[in-house]
Design a protein around this ligand. Structure first.
Ligand SMILES: Cc1ncc(COP(=O)(O)O)c(C=O)c1O
Length: 393
C-alpha cells in the first residue's frame, strides 16, 4: 500500500490491501505479472557479488513476492513466511518433505485427503518414513500413538469427504510436548475461518486451487510456516525447483481480493441447502459441522468462525441405479471433483476401502456437494427434481 496503515485491520480489509504497492507500479492498483527466468546484472562486479534484489525467476519475482506477502499477512501473527507451490498436493508433499527424514515416524489423520495418504504410503515410505494413521476423533488419546521417533502430526478438519472434526489445539499441545511439529490442511476453512497459528499449527497448507483461486481455472497451493520450520520449508521448495507460473500467481492474488465475500456466500448458501436436506425423507444424515446435529459441531463452534460450501450427505439405503438417476437429473450441479469454484458440484464417494484406523460404514450411499454462488432456491429446486428421479428409478 502506498498510504501507511493507521491501525490494525481486519481480515476482510487485509484481503483488499495486502501485497499491493501502487507507488512502485506507477500508481496502478495491481502488481504486474513478471514472466521471468533470467535476471541481468548491470556489471560484472554486481554479478560476482550477486548484488540484486532478485536472482532468478524460480527464486522469486515481484509477482510471487506480492502474493507471499498477502498470504502471510492474512495468516497473521505466528506466520513467518509462505512458500508457493504449483498445486495443493505439491504443497502437502513439500510440507511433509520439509519436516521428515529417513527413520522418522509420523501420525496422519485417517480422514486425510486421499492423495496425501498415497504420498505417505508411497514416497515417504520409500524414503524410510513410517506413517501411522489415527482416528480423527482421537483427541488427547493421540499421546498413546507417539513413538520416540515421531516427528510430525498431520491434521485436517473437517475431513473433506466424511467431515469428522478434530480437536486441533489438544493435539497440537501434545505434539509440541513430544517435540513434534503439526501440519494442517486448512483448505476447507481457510485462514478466514480457522486461525491455524493461534491454534498451535506449525505449517498450514492450502490447496489454492479451491477458494483462493475461486474460479476453477488455476492450479495452486501454498504452505505458511512459523519461524521454526520456515527455513526447512524454503530450503525444500528451492532445492526441488518448485515454483508457480506467473499467470496462476496473478489469478491467486486476484482471487484473494474477493475471498471474504465469496466464502461468506458459500457458507450461507451451503448451510441453507444443508438444513433443507436434513428434512428430506431420502436423507439419513447431513455431514456438515456447522449444523447443530452435524459431526463435531461443538469443536466447530469452539474453534472455527465459519464454514465453506463443502459438505456431504448419507442417503437412506437406495439402489445404485436410483442414486445415479438422482445425480444424472441435476442440471445445476456438475459431477466433478475439486471444489471452491463459483459453481455447484456433486460426487458420489466411498471411503470404506482405504481407511485403516477407522471403519467407514455410514449406512447408505454418500454424496458430497459443493454449494456454489448460484441462488440457493434454484439449487434446491434442482435437488428436488433429482429426488423425484431417484424415487422414479
Ligand atoms: C482437502 C484437499 N487438500 C488438498 C487438495 C489438493 O489440491 P490440488 O488439487 O490443488 O492438488 C484437495 C483437492 O481436491 C483437497 O480436497
Amino acid at each position: 500500500m502506498t498510504k501507511k496503515r493507521k491501525a490494525p485491520i481486519k481480515p476482510d480489509t487485509l484481503l483488499v490491501t495486502s501485497g499491493r504497492d501502487p507507488e512502485a507500479q506507477h500508481g496502478f492498483v495491481n502488481p504486474p505479472v513478471y514472466h521471468a527466468s533470467t535476471l541481468l546484472y548491470p556489471t560484472a562486479e554486481d554479478q560476482v557479488a550477486h548484488r540484486a534484489r532478485y536472482s532468478y525467476g524460480r527464486r522469486g519475482t515481484p509477482t510471487s513476492e506480492a502474493l507471499e506477502n498477502a498470504l502471510r499477512e492474512l495468516d497473521g501473527e505466528g506466520c513467518a513466511g509462505v512458500a508457493l507451490l504449483p498445486s495443493g498436493l505439491a504443497a502437502i508433499a513439500a510440507a511433509l518433505l520439509a519436516t521428515t527424514q529417513s527413520g522418522d515416524h509420523i501420525l496422519v489423520v485417517d480422514s486425510v485427503y486421499r492423495p496425501t495418504r498415497n504420498f505417505c504410503n508411497g514416497v515417504l515410505r520409500r524414503m524410510g518414513v513410517q506413517t501411522t494413521y489415527y482416528d480423527p476423533l482421537v483427541g488427547t488419546d493421540i499421546a498413546k500413538l507417539f513413538k520416540p521417533n515421531t516427528r510430525a502430526v498431520f491434521v485436517e478438519a473437517p475431513g473433506s469427504q466424511s467431515f469428522e472434526m478434530q480437536d486441533i489445539p489438544a493435539i497440537a499441545g501434545i505434539a509440541h510436548d513430544k517435540k513434534a511439529v503439526v501440519l494442517m490442511d486448512n483448505t476447507w476453512a481457510t485462514p478466514l475461518y480457522f486461525r491455524a497459528f493461534e491454534k498451535g499449527v506449525d505449517l498450514e497448507i492450502q490447496a489454492g486451487t479451491k477458494y483462493i483461486g475461486g474460479h476453477s481455472d488455476i492450479m495452486f497451493g501454498c504452505v505458511s510456516a512459523n519461524a521454526g520450520v520456515l527455513p526447512a520449508l524454503k530450503d525444500t521448495v528451492y532445492s526441488m525447483g518448485l515454483c508457480v507460473g506467473p499467470d496462476d500467481m496473478y489469478l491467486a492474488m486476484r482471487g484473494l481480493r474477493t475471498l471474504g465475500v465469496r466464502l461468506a456466500r458459500h457458507y450461507q448458501s451451503a448451510l441453507h441447502v444443508a438444513k433443507w436436506l436434513e428434512k428430506r425423507p431420502e436423507v439419513l444424515r447431513v455431514l456438515h459441522p456447522a449444523l447443530e446435529n452435524g459431526p463435531g459441531h461443538d469443536l466447530w463452534k469452539r474453534d472455527f468462525s465459519g464454514a465453506c460450501g463443502l459438505f456431504s450427505i448419507v442417503l437412506k439405503p437406495a439402489s445404485e441405479k436410483s442414486v445415479h438417476a438422482f445425480l444424472n437429473e441435476l442440471s445445476l450441479f456438475g459431477l466433478g471433483y475439486s471444489w471452491g469454484g463459483f459453481e455447484s458440484l456433486a460426487i458420489l464417494f466411498d471411503c470404506s476401502d482405504y481407511r485403516t484406523a477407522t471403519k467407514w460404514a455410514p449406512g447408505g450411499p454418500t454424496i458430497r456437494f459443493h454449494i456454489g454462488l448460484e441462488d440457493p432456491a434454484d439449487l434446491i429446486a434442482d435437488l428436488e427434481r433429482g429426488f423425484a428421479a431417484l424415487a422414479a428409478a
